[in-house]
Design a protein around this ligand. Structure first.
Ligand code: NAP
Ligand code: ZN
Length: 378
């Protein structure tokens, strides 16, 4: 067993607090990682708030992780102790369904779907996993990424979720040079989408509820900025965009954004994972517009976006924080105050190491358990 410490929420409505726990030993195909930096994704806040009604308690978030390999299983080929390694939202999938065979692990079709870095299997089966708000991670080799040498380790973590979640749909829907791309919401995902779409050659318009973000948006590659609360600015941009990536995390009216699409243009929603207020199908029918969605990205795409950022000099804008500030930072994320991603420096966990009052959360596994097995155990 690997003795570990991390910040978790023990049950609904609690705050994140330090706890100790143990991870199962790495198997022959696994990599044991000492976590150095972990990004704070808005999904972590949703999960801790149980906004999606699927939170498994205790909840230890963290799915944008960079660290050092400390040990590898006997069959691991591409990593060795001492290597830098990164982990995103997934640590395992069935690898035998049509989606996994295609290399789209994030759409794994097995009974439990993929195993999330935290909060367990995608199709709830009672299983839990603990993420990168801790000092260790055990991950199946296929799900471990290489970090290009020129990337600054302090700011690389957000590429693992914010980066790939925006890169994947931009690539899948073949956004190309010269196209006009709208990015709705200039936060963690939005500021990565802006930089990535710009590097793909697109002309980027940021649509934001925060006028004070204009300067940053232009500095990071947008050629124009629209305050989405200003009706006149929105009307002037009608039917001007070829593609919109919508990263808004809360329920919102999508019609005003559909109006910005040209004929045959596409809006992909990646932000909100809750039912939206109604919208009029005429908004898509009359202009043959498409409305779709996209879930994180595959392991291949995650490596691609790390390499793409390295090649194009793209870096998440981060504020590095000690883990004891995590509850305050969650509030700032909810209040749109983060500029543009908090990254936890896990060296700050040393402050709680060895504390005698840490409660023990027991043991967590790192591999998919069958729903049936979990049911029987329950
Ligand atoms: P974030 O850093 O908080 O950024 C979201 C931005 O959206 C905010 O900065 C704000 O930008 C805008 N916004 C916030 N509340 C809004 C509201 N009520 N109406 C309109 N705009 C609002 O969050 P993030 O980490 O980028 O994540 C965004 C969402 O993506 C979250 O819901 C997260 O769970 C989800 N997500 C989905 C996937 C996926 O696979 N599909 C993967 C990762 C994350 P402005 O100030 O510019 O308006
Ligand atoms: Zn995320």
């Amino acid at each position: 067993m690997i003795k570990s410490i991390g910040y978790a929420v023990k049950k609904s409505k609690n705050k994140l607090e330090p706890h100790q726990f143990t991870r199962e030993e790495p198997g022959p195909e696994d990599v044991l990682i000492e976590v150095l930096y972990t990004g704070v994704c808005h999904s972590d806040v949703h999960q801790v708030n149980n906004d999606w009604k699927n939170t498994v308690w205790p909840c230890m978030p963290g799915h944008e992780v960079v660290g050092k390999v400390t040990r590898v299983g006997a069959n691991v080929k591409n990593f060795k102790a001492g290597d830098t390694a990164a982990v995103g939202c997934m640590i395992e999938s069935c690898m035998s369904c049509p989606s996994c065979i295609e290399g789209n692990e994030q759409y794994c079709e097995s009974e439990t779907s993929w195993l999330a870095t935290y909060n367990g299997a995608m199709m709830p089966n009672g299983q839990n996993t603990f993420g990168g708000y801790s000092n260790t991670l055990v991950v199946s080799e296929h799900f471990v990424l290489k970090v290009p040498g020129n990337l600054d380790l302090k700011s690389v973590a957000p590429i693992l979720c914010a980066g790939v979640t925006t890169y994947s749909p931009l690539k899948h829907f073949k956004v190309k040079a010269g196209q006009k791309v709208g990015v709705v919401g200039f936060g963690g995902l939005g500021h990565m989408a802006t930089q990535i779409a710009r590097a793909m050659g697109a002309e980027v318009t940021v649509l934001s509820t925060s006028p004070d973000k204009k300067e940053d948006a232009l500095r990071l590659g947008a050629s124009s900025f629209i305050h989405s609360g200003d009706k006149t600015q929105m009307e002037e941009a009608a039917e001007s965009l070829d593609f919109i990536l919508n990263t808004v995390p809360e329920k919102h009216e999508i019609e005003p954004y559909l109006e910005l699409l040209r004929r045959d243009a596409v809006m992909i929603i990646v932000g909100v994972l809750m039912p939206e207020p109604g919208w009029d199908p005429q908004k898509v029918i009359m202009k043959r517009r498409l409305l779709g969605g996209s879930l994180i990205g595959s392991i291949r795409e995650t490596q691609e976006v790390l390499d793409f950022c390295s090649e194009h000099g793209i870096a998440p804008q981060v504020e590095v924080i000690p883990i004891e500030r995590i509850n305050e930072c969650f509030e700032n994320v909810e209040k749109k105050k983060v500029r543009y991603r908090y990254v936890i420096d896990l060296a700050s966990l040393k402050a709680v190491e060895g504390r005698s009052d840490l409660s023990d959360l027991g043991s967590v596994g790192n591999h998919l358990k069958k729903a049936q097995a979990a049911d029987q155990a329950a």
